[in-house]
Ligand binder design. Sequence first.
Ligand code: FPP
Length: 235
Amino acid sequence: MSLREKIDLTKLPKHIAIIMDGNGRWAKKRLLPRIIGHTNGVKTVKRIVELARELNIQVLTLYAFSTENWQRPKDEVSGIMTLLKTYLKSELENMIENQVSFRVIGDISKMSAEIQTELKNAIEKTKDMKGLVLNIALNYGSRQEILMACKNLIDKGIKNPTEQDLSDSLYTKGLPDPDLLIRTSGEMRISNFLLWQIAYTEIYITDVLWPDFKDEEFYKAIVEFQKRERRFGKI
Ligand code: FPP
């Protein structure tokens, strides 16, 4: 029985979030520049989006660029931005064709005007799509997001907010919390990603580097998720 056949299609995670780590190490192992690792990382992004669509997953959230990633060498940052631009240009038609709704979480006001235009265009053109919600985290940091949410609540004059009020002030407003968080390349940390939203999320960490995270690895994560017993604090 293949791994794909082992997936119980009635118990799929609604929302999968991924910390895509290991592009640099993938390149280093091959004595290639880091940006080649990111280029191959984008190939994995395309494949995983396709697989998530095929499985009818509702939401896929990918951590592409953190608030801390600006501290990387200038060339690497601009290389990642170019990859993002190329990705948006080459994938927009494909997204529309496949009913993918493209969204961003994070503060994009710090990105270049050109990228902001491309992002807003993709968001606008796919906003009514009924299929997979593809959420890309860009200049995203969870503490910054929670702080922003608190400020929003103050601005709205909500003095005694509920958990729902806070959830509704986050970038992920209206989306279900992730059921499954995948981190590639073995690091055992959350790295300021979706801290509020992952309160009850199952975490799956694999040593596989992001550019190598393809069909079987994705299926393996889902099969593993389906073996877990989720209790949400109950017995
Ligand atoms: C982690 O690898 C990867 C990143 C910080 C950037 C991810 C960006 C992309 C895949 C490209 C742009 C995204 C889209 C959606 C088109 P790392 O560099 O931290 O690897 P290392 O830990 O091995 O050095």
